[in-house]
Ligand binder design. Sequence first.
Ligand SMILES: N[C@@H](CCC(=O)N[C@@H](CS)C(=O)NCC(=O)O)C(=O)O
Length: 221
Amino acid sequence: MVLKLYARKFVSGGTAIVALVLAEKQIPFELIEIDLPTNQNKTPEHLVRHPFGQIPCIDDDGFVLYESRAICRYLCDKYPDQGTQGLYPTGLKERALVEQGASVELTDFIPYVLQVFRELYLKPSHGQQTDQAVVDQALAELYKKLDVYEVILGKTKYLAGDEFTLADLFHLLAAPRLADLGVDIWSERGPNVQRWWKDISTRPAWLKLRAEGVTETTTTN
Ligand SMILES: N[C@@H](CCC(=O)N[C@@H](CS)C(=O)NCC(=O)O)C(=O)O
């Protein structure tokens, strides 16, 4: 049975990275659209799939999984020999380096992006006022972290070595949100960070996804 992706067509957040792994790995899937504005993510039926009432989640022939980064890892492990290779290497040290980079994304990168997103998007859309001081502080902290990325990326092409891996790919989760808010965190960063960001954010599969939205493919090409 073809894998079911419960998500939105709109490329954003966790859906963005899961859809990108599906595209990079050329995995057929059916898109079951969950509409957030009408709270389809909070129905009893969806809460069985995702107890936090969120998207994305998958149903792979009865195996249900939520949390976008966990889904990406699962898909890479399940389909090692198709599509883009090396996203989640199996060698002990290679994988440890990917997990190191993935932890950095989760603890040193995305929390600051989410603070900015909360202030500039979520609060205004709930009638609350943006606290510009919080935005400025979050961006200042983020830039200090990206200065460290600059050092790392001066030594290797990507975060976990010289191959594109999930450690890099997970950073794309933030990209649509920042772009939609008109927040450019990249262009004044160091040359290595700029080179890396340009490289990962212009991958053909990512550009196609951004242009077309999440588009299911139920057969292998
Ligand atoms: N940590 C989760 C976050 C999922 C998440 O925040 N999903 C958002 C959409 S991008 C959502 O479902 N929001 C609705 C809600 O939380 O009620 C993941 O990476 O999958």
